[in-house]
Design a protein around this ligand. Structure first.
Ligand code: ATP
Ligand code: MG
Ligand code: MG
Ligand code: MG
Length: 565
């Protein structure tokens, strides 16, 4: 490629709207342009980077037996009604109506569509396991689209869905994906940690991991142990059982309606809990907030499943919560609003002190606490537990001292179980001719977010420093003057030679000053720069410079291609 012929509109100034470094640099390097909040155009170099990451993801999915498909973006509302998610997905879903007044959404995720496919095509255990994936745009009308590609409203995701015969099969698929994700992010040259992301109460422990790229601008807080492999997002860590002091309760509260056992069974079923498990805590969604609802059953509350709302596929829980609200026929007491985007962090910061205040009777209980009786409806220690694990505390695995870091969620693997296959009736006949629901998992990689995460980790004052596997080009060839025929001709010859040898090379053949070309090369972040100038050419050499270290060496013209290959 020739810089003179491609659209790489680099900017000297930092665009005013840009908040984080990756966003600033992607705009300045001419990789993307904004079209609307959270919606971007990829320019030629930006698209090359996206395609590189896609290709790495594709290879790793294929290596694990994934089969690539392309599912529709426009999805019929009926399918979402079957799982109950149409009414509860909330304002994050982009909805459209066709000329016949039929409702659709732009897919924020694809469980419904893919499960519908499988229910139509899979009959026998012999067709399982089935691992289907796609790489395409997702649509989420995020409350706060920001940070460029980091939190878009239209973004590129790889999503794979696994269908297995049983839990053991699911565990195998899950491990394959976990392994594939580890390979993907390593191949992208990123520093990351897989972290436990679920309290593990529903669907057993180890039900979900998030892959976090460690970077200060990350929106998530992660605690990790430097002495072993323990890592968790703070939500998970905060939810894990942790013995602490209990508080005495002086408040006077009305009793919350107690659901009868039939309701509990129905709800437990819907939530995918065991038949006799108690519905202990439920989340439901208001306009743009989520509330934690504590429903009292016939046992004491001993788990607050807050992070049911943190995974990608939380909305079934939200649907369930809505059902609870309806079936109870009353407004259950709830504990304050929780910010849907930052949920637990805010629970910890905002709600717990409020709870504490109300529980100790220090203030008039706020209207939020009507119908809630601490110790009867929930245990105070569990509530206070939400803020317990912090950096410096003991690692639950090895006793080491936990450290805190910020993380960017670039991927998540998730055991779904039979929630969707039951709701949509995606079943198969086992060896004994018995009909069983498929056991599912889902696994997402934020392909476009990974670009931003890579830049957050790899940049300096001059620009981006691409890890080689995802660099738009490996080498930029810079003739210092296009007017010097020897320089221009040598550069051109080298360009053709490298291209023939399969080197990913771009030549800056613009009639610009060398300073401008060098600045742009550093800004865009090509790993290697080759400068062709008359001084070194006099000795038959060109200058090779490494973007990352800044090191330079002189290489003989005839040895260059072999050197950079
Ligand atoms: P977040 O917690 O950041 O909102 P999520 O948990 O809602 O993400 P998932 O449903 O798990 O996201 O989707 C799989 C992956 O898609 C995420 O791990 C992330 O990398 C990416 N992703 C999710 N939302 C966005 C977005 N708005 N813009 C870009 N990438 C996103
Ligand atoms: Mg998340
Ligand atoms: Mg997620
Ligand atoms: Mg989200």
């Amino acid at each position: 490629m020739r810089v003179s012929q491609v659209l790489v509109p680099t900017l000297r100034e930092v665009p005013a709207e840009a908040e984080v470094v990756s966003q600033k640099l992607m705009l300045r390097a001419g990789l993307i342009r904004k079209s609307a909040a959270g919606i971007y155009t990829y320019l030629p170099l930006g698209l090359r980077i996206l395609k590189k990451i896609e290709q790495i993801v594709r290879e790793e999915m294929d290596a694990k037996g994934g089969q690539e498909v392309l599912l529709p973006i426009v999805q019929p509302a009926e399918l979402w009604r079957e799982t109950g998610r149409w009414d509860v997905y909330g304002p994050e879903m982009f909805r459209v109506t066709d000329r016949h007044e039929r409702e659709f959404c732009l897919g924020p995720t694809h469980e419904e569509i893919v499960t519908d496919l499988v229910r139509g095509e899979v009959r026998s255990y012999k067709q399982l396991p089935l691992l289907l994936y796609q790489i395409q745009n997702k649509y989420r009308d995020e409350r706060r689209p920001r940070f460029g590609l980091m939190r878009g409203r239209e973004f590129v995701m790889k999503d794979l869905y696994s269908f297995d015969r049983d839990e053991a099969g699911l565990a195998e698929s899950y491990n394959k994906m976990y392994d594939a994700y580890t390979r993907i992010f390593s191949r992208c040259g990123l520093t990351f940690r897989p972290v436990e992301a679920d309290a593990g109460a529903i669907g057993g422990s180890g039900g979900t991991h998030e892959f976090m790229v460690l970077a200060d601008s990350g929106e998530a807080a992660v605690v990790y142990c430097p002495d072993c492999d323990y890592a968790a997002n703070v939500e998970k860590a905060e939810c894990s059982p942790h013995p602490i002091e209990s508080e005495t309760v002086n408040g006077e509260y009305e009793r919350v309606a107690t659901p009868d056992s039939k309701t509990i069974d129905q709800v437990s079923d819907f939530l995918g809990l065991g038949k006799h498990e108690l519905v202990k805590s439920i989340l439901y969604q208001g306009d743009d907030q989520i509330f934690l609802v504590l429903v009292r059953g016939d046992r004491e509350i001993n788990e607050i499943k807050l992070n049911n709302m943190l995974g990608p596929f939380v909305n079934l829980q939200l649907a369930a919560a809505e059902t609870v609200r309806e079936t109870l026929g009353c407004e259950p007491g709830f504990v304050g609003p929780i910010n849907a985007a930052k949920d637990l962090k805010i629970v910890a910061d905002l709600e717990v002190p409020l709870m504490k205040r109300a529980a100790c009777g220090a203030n008039q209980p706020d209207q939020h606490y009507v119908n809630v009786l601490p110790e009867r409806d929930f245990r105070m220690d569990q509530v206070f537990d939400l803020r317990m694990v912090n950096a410096g505390e003991k690692c639950p695995k090895c006793g080491g001292s936990l450290q805190e870091a910020r993380g960017i969620e670039v991927g998540q693997v998730f055991k779904l179980g039979t929630k969707y296959s039951k709701a949509l009736n995606a079943t198969f006949l086992d060896e004994n001719g018995q009909e069983k629901p498929c056991v599912m998992g889902c696994y997402g990689v934020g392909v476009s977010r990974t670009i931003a995460a890579a830049i957050e980790q790899n940049n300096d004052k001059d620009g981006i420093i691409w890890p080689i596997p995802i660099a738009p080009f490996h080498v930029i060839l810079v003739p210092v003057s296009m007017k010097d025929t020897q320089v221009a001709e040598t550069a051109d010859k080298l360009y053709e030679e490298m291209r023939k040898a399969g080197v990913e090379v771009i030549i800056d053949d613009r009639d610009e000053r060398p300073g401008v070309k060098f600045k742009d090369a550093d800004l865009v972040g090509y790993p290697l720069r080759v400068t062709v100038g008359s001084k070194t050419l006099a000795e038959g050499k060109v200058e090779l410079r490494f973007r990352k270290s800044g090191e330079m060496e002189l290489v003989k013209v005839e040895e260059l291609t072999a050197r950079v290959k």
